[in-house]
Design a protein around this ligand. Structure first.
Ligand code: PMP
Length: 423
């Protein structure tokens, strides 16, 4: 559909025909949901064997009775798992409770209120504190900054990760910058894997940024590949070693989308200095994490290769849903200027950019036809997408048939909104 060269008569006809199709779909009174990135029940069932797995044996391999208090750093088996997922030495890993988001909140608030390297390093001592937010990004990251009163600075995402020219020049010019959010693999929501060069440039930011600057490297989708030959993310830990900037990066991951969402194990990977600063604050908040849950996870993934095999099963369940989304987008929009998207090879999302000023309208049209989408703007700080164009599609929960129906409606809504805008 080449709207740019259509006459007004052609546009009117097209609008009528799309509206008719829309009304027919509306009459089906569907109730479909492409909103939050949650695992489906089928995926969660892959981990049912966690329940009861300890079978009376609560002792971890170093002799710790996991039922009792203590062990702030997490049990050795879980720290080993964190080391595998984050590709870092075990000495740099803490295994904690069930949410990496909580850990990010704790690290950012520790940096803000108490400082990671002593009182003088507390961010709040600065007149203004800003954090770089690659956009579109993860709304819950932005909520943390919003709650702490931290200013957010948007930087556009490219297909190689955040636009590093912009990031570097901001850091050189703006002395209020203390942090940056990153979802380096299968980014939420664009699905992009940061290129080797991007990883290297991020590792070097510690050379030019304020000494208390920290990258929040949220590797939530570190092992969530959909294909057999996934693109690999290069190691930021090694890049920081090379650049001598190990203190500038905090890494996070969890098993929320490996085993049970919100009932798994979360990991922090950080330099010795950062761990020392964080543990001093963490030790006031808790005597230690839930070690029995950690041991359940360790037993569940005891056999070498079991984690990989488990993630393959996830991929088998969700790949057809991603394929359906991509097939609809390609069929309707390849070779048009009605929308842009990245082809995600893992993670939980596909993000779609409409033409400027249409995202809210598309989300509303879809809602009125029974398809719930994440509110337009949610992928930007303060819920404000300046171009009103980004829409996040989360296809894991509905069945393949439902994704297929929902995408028929979604693509129709994009076309209808684009035509109506020109009339
Ligand atoms: N980070 C990202 C990028 C996510 O997409 C999500 C879940 N949607 C989380 C963190 C939440 O992780 P957790 O369950 O470990 O708190």
């Amino acid at each position: 559909m080449d709207l740019n060269n259509a006459t007004s008569e052609q546009l009117i006809q097209l609008e009528q025909s799309l509206s008719e199709q829309y009304q027919q779909l509306q009459a089906l009174k569907l109730n479909l949901d492409l909103t939050r990135g949650k695992p489906s029940a089928e995926q969660l069932s892959l981990s049912n064997a966690l329940d009861g797995i300890l079978n009376g044996d609560y002792i971890s391999k170093d002799g710790t009775d996991t039922r009792n208090y203590g062990g702030l750093e997490g049990i050795i088996e879980s720290r080993e798992m964190g080391a595998t997922v984050l590709d870092m030495p075990i000495e740099n890993i803490l295994a904690q409770g069930s949410s990496s988001l909580t850990l990010m909140y704790q690290l950012m608030s520790t940096a803000y209120f108490f400082g990671l390297t002593g009182k003088q390093s507390a961010w709040h001592l600065a007149q203004e504190v800003s954090v770089i937010c690659p956009v579109p990004g993860y709304d819950r990251h932005f909520s943390i900054c919003e709650q702490l009163g931290i200013k957010m600075i948007n930087v556009p995402m490219t297909s190689n990760g955040p636009d590093m020219d912009v990031v570097e020049s901001l850091i050189k010019q703006d002395s209020s910058i203390r942090g940056m959010w990153c979802v380096p693999k299968y980014s939420n929501p664009t699905g992009v894997v940061y290129s080797d060069q991007t990883v290297e440039r991020i590792a070097k930011l510690g050379q030019i940024a304020h000494k208390d600057f920290r990258v929040f490297w949220d590797n939530a989708y570190a092992i969530h590949d959909l294909s057999d030959n996934p693109v690999s993310l290069s190691s930021i830990f090694s890049a920081c070693d090379q650049a001598n900037t190990q203190d500038s990066v905090l890494q996070f991951a969890s098993t929320s989308k490996v085993t049970l969402a919100g009932a798994g194990v979360a990991f922090l990977g950080a330099s010795e200095t950062n761990l020392k600063g964080f543990k001093a604050v963490l030790g006031v908040q808790t005597i230690g994490p839930d070690k029995t849950n950690q041991l359940r996870h360790a037993r569940f993934f005891e056999k070498p290769e079991s984690l990989k095999a488990h993630m393959k099963k996830h991929a088998q369940i969700i790949k057809p849903r991603f394929d359906s989304v991509l097939a609809h987008l390609e069929k309707e929009f390849s070779n048009t200027d009605l929308g842009k998207w990245e082809s995600a090879d893992g993670g939980y999302f596909i993000s779609f950019d409409t033409q400027k000023g249409l995202a809210k309208k598309v989300v509303q049209l879809a809602a009125d036809a029974g398809v719930k989408l994440t509110p337009a703007g949610a992928t930007f700080p303060y819920g404000n997408d300046p171009e009103d164009s980004n829409i996040r599609i989360a296809p894991t929960v509905p069945t393949v048939k439902e994704v297929d129906q929902a995408m028929q409606i979604f693509t129709l809504c994009v076309k209808l909104a684009s035509v109506q805008q020109r009339l």
